[in-house]
Structure formats: structure tokens, C-alpha cells
Write a protein that binds this ligand. Structure first.
Ligand SMILES: [Zn+2]
Length: 244
């Protein structure tokens, strides 16, 4: 065998080996389908921001490829926020879609509704396995493009709404509040998406939502002495392990 033929055949064997390994270990892509309420759909930048921020966070957290799809039709809602709209009507709409009734065509991983509700009012979002709803469309659309920002940003309502989106999708993929982290960064306290704004909530809310502590190790630091609030826009490593 001359040298060229040998290298050629080795090259073929090598690429087959790589392809074979990839075929054996690559999980199916995680598909997130996104619907906007009629009102949320009026914000031109919203689709780009959801794709940018959610895509970056999921890409980093998941071993599988992530496919973000935007539904071609909008969802008519009687109310943009509130427990009935987010926590009952949307899951029922998705369930009806699964059996071929109604207007939406759900996917197996995450069916996300983004509305124009006020993210400062509770409940700002809602999730159960495979179904998520988040308010704050107008605020998310106001964020700069994801590629222009670092993964940790100062607290603002647009940033909190964007983090809420990650929080609810995290729940829909199996993460809990215990998969959040909070850490001091100089004078700032940084909350990861699964902890989010609960870190700065009243003692009563904090107790109710974060009572289990962090499964990521360590207690949540209090914000005593932390003069600045920052939000992480990537899942903590241990949340990433819990996703899906
Ligand atoms: Zn939550």
C-alpha cells in the first residue's frame, strides 16, 4: 500500500468512527415552540430577543441541540396575565392541541407562551412539565440584542422579565428553585435564573419559594451589605444537569 492510499483509508476509518460515535451518543434536539399573545406579537424585537437570550442559555446548558421555533399564529387571550390565563387556560390550550383539538400544535419538550402582562405582578409566569407561560413581552423586547450583553446584567425590569423567561422554561424542562444559585461578586449579589428575583423577595416569600435551599451547594447568601443586584442570564451548572 503506498502512503497516500494508506492515509486515505485511515482517514475514512477515522471519520466513520467519529460519525458513528456521534450517532450513538447525540441526544435528540430539544424543541421549544414559542407562541406570542396578540399583544406581545406587536413588539418587533421580541422574537429576536427570545431567540437570543433563551437560545444562548439553553445552548450552553444542554448537551442536545436546541431548536427554538416560533409559531406562525398568535394566541388570543382575554387577559395577558393572572393565574387563570397563565396557569390554567394555556396548559388547557396545549393539552387540547395535543389531542388535535383547538388552535395550537404542541411539541414534546417545551410549549412556551409569552404575553404582554406586567411582570412586576404575581404570578408573573407559570410552568409545569413541558408547558410554560411568561409575562413581560414588552420589557423583553426592550432589551438590547443578546449578543451585545454579558451573561450577568444589572437588575432592571426588562432584565428580570428576560430572566423570568429562562426561569419558566427551566421549570418546564425539570429544574426547580433548588437548582438556582446566588453568589457575591464584589459588592453585588448575582441571582441565577432558577432563583431569580425570589432572592430579594420578602422573608415570607423567600421562605416559601427557597425553603429547600440550593441543590447546587451552599446556602443562598443574604443581600446584607450587597449594594447591587445583578441577574445571571445563564443556568447554573447544577440546573443545567437537571434540565430535561
Ligand atoms: Zn419558579
Amino acid at each position: 500500500m503506498n502512503r497516500r492510499a494508506f492515509l486515505g483509508s485511515a482517514g475514512v476509518a477515522l471519520s466513520l468512527g467519529v460519525a458513528g460515535r456521534r450517532a450513538a451518543s447525540t441526544p435528540d434536539p430539544v424543541v421549544v415552540r414559542v407562541w406570542f399573545s396578540e399583544s406581545a406579537a406587536t413588539h418587533d424585537a421580541l422574537e429576536d430577543r427570545v431567540e437570543g437570550y433563551l437560545g444562548a442559555a439553553l445552548d450552553e446548558a444542554l448537551d442536545a441541540a436546541v431548536e427554538l421555533e416560533f409559531a406562525p399564529s398568535t394566541v388570543a387571550l382575554p387577559h395577558e396575565g393572572g393565574k387563570a390565563s397563565l396557569g390554567m387556560d394555556w396548559p388547557v390550550t396545549v393539552a387540547e392541541g395535543l389531542v388535535g383539538l383547538g388552535e395550537v400544535d404542541p411539541v414534546g419538550d417545551v410549549n412556551l407562551l409569552v404575553t404582554d402582562g406586567d411582570p412586576r405582578r404575581q404570578p408573573a409566569g407559570y410552568a409545569r412539565p413541558h408547558v410554560a407561560a411568561a409575562t413581560g413581552g414588552a420589557y423583553i423586547a426592550r432589551m438590547p440584542p443578546a449578543e451585545d450583553l454579558s451573561a450577568v446584567v444589572p437588575y432592571s425590569v426588562p432584565a428580570a422579565a428576560t430572566q423570568l423567561l429562562l426561569h419558566e422554561v427551566g421549570h418546564a424542562l425539570g429544574a426547580t428553585h433548588a437548582h438556582g444559585t446566588a453568589r457575591r461578586e464584589g459588592d453585588a449579589l448575582v441571582a441565577s435564573p432558577m432563583v431569580g428575583s425570589y432572592l430579594w423577595a420578602s422573608e415570607r416569600v423567600r421562605e416559601a419559594q427557597l425553603a429547600d435551599g440550593s441543590a447546587c451547594g451552599g446556602a443562598y447568601p443574604s443581600d446584607d451589605g450587597a449594594s447591587e443586584r445583578r441577574l445571571g442570564l445563564r443556568y447554573a451548572d447544577c440546573a443545567a444537569g437537571a434540565l430535561r
